[in-house]
Design a protein. Structure first.
Length: 294
């Protein structure tokens, strides 16, 4: 994040669109890896909670700040993608995008710094009393335990999230399928620039899936962190999202006019996208059967 902010501020000072796009790429990459980074904390928590030297209040406070940081980082990544998309389609992002990215990036850096500092205090009993006193007010207001309780105690929240999750996945795969079919030679009467207009719908559907998926994870993390199929799903998902970004920023596909054939490299990206998203859906569907979840 420090590197991304440095690039971003340099771009603003020197008024360089190249540096702006590079910094947006860094922010987007951070948003992609933030989700699995947060998830490793839940797995580590299960182990540390058994260690008498660890401070449970600090673990919970650390998790609370990390969750808030994840939310801001993810929103910043969405803004960064919007900026890259608008650079591609319009030559420059909307006036509100750049200030929004700066505010989110600065806020997420501060939140990560606090979370990291609390994480460093967890196994240090010599500073525990001071650190726990500093963090105690957070636990009642931002804890993931509150989300877990709200979801598991409700008869409708989990079901509503499931419905949104599957609807988002259907829209996302439908958009990806149409884009990839054009790349592979179908719908050749349509230019890629025209079909590229579907990408925002795909990204919006992914945002819905990310929000609902993280809700499931926070509510029942133990059923996921011990499930090997879940790790396959997350790994495939990260590569699939990177593939989606490929079609946002790489020039090859954008040069396709109506009737044109895509390059071999772009066709390979399209085939891999289909395989990856089918793999994500298969792994998600098999969580209860192969991984013995739920």
């Amino acid at each position: 994040m420090i590197i991304g902010l440095a690039l971003f501020l340099s771009a603003l000072v020197w008024k360089s669109d190249h540096l702006k796009r590079a910094s947006l790429g860094v922010f987007l990459g951070i948003a992609i890896i933030a989700m699995p980074t947060y998830m490793t904390g839940n797995a580590a928590q299960d182990i540390l909670a058994k260690n008498p030297a660890a401070s449970l209040p600090l673990i919970e406070a650390h998790q609370s700040w990390a969750l808030l940081a994840l939310i801001v980082i993810s929103f910043n990544g969405l803004l960064a993608w919007i900026g890259l998309y608008q650079y591609r389609r319009k030559g420059s992002p909307a006036s509100w995008v750049i200030p929004g990215i700066f505010l989110c990036a600065a806020a997420s850096l501060g939140l990560m710094a606090v979370a990291a500092n609390l994480g460093g205090d967890i196994m240090h009993p010599e500073v525990r009393d001071v650190a726990e006193g500093r963090a105690s007010w957070l636990i009642s207001s931002m804890s993931g335990e509150l989300i877990k309780a709200a979801v598991t105690d409700s008869t409708t929240i989990w079901a509503a999230c499931e419905a949104l999750h599957f609807m988002g996945l259907a829209i996302l795969f439908g958009m990806v399928l149409l884009i990839d079919l054009r790349i592979l030679g179908f719908l050749k009467g349509v230019s890629f620039e025209s079909i590229h207009k579907l990408l925002p719908y795909a990204v919006a559907a992914y945002a819905v899936n990310l929000a609902t998926g993280m809700t499931f994870f926070i509510a029942a993390s133990g059923q996921y962190t011990t499930n090997p199929v879940f790790f396959w799903k997350v790994g495939l998902l990260l590569v699939a999202v990177a593939n989606l970004i490929y079609f946002t920023v790489v020039d090859d596909s954008w040069s396709l006019k109506a009737g044109d054939d895509a390059s071999g490299r772009t066709k390979l990206a399209a085939v891999s996208a289909l395989v990856l998203w089918i793999g994500v859906m298969y792994a998600g569907r098999m969580l209860p059967f192969i991984g013995n979840a739920f």
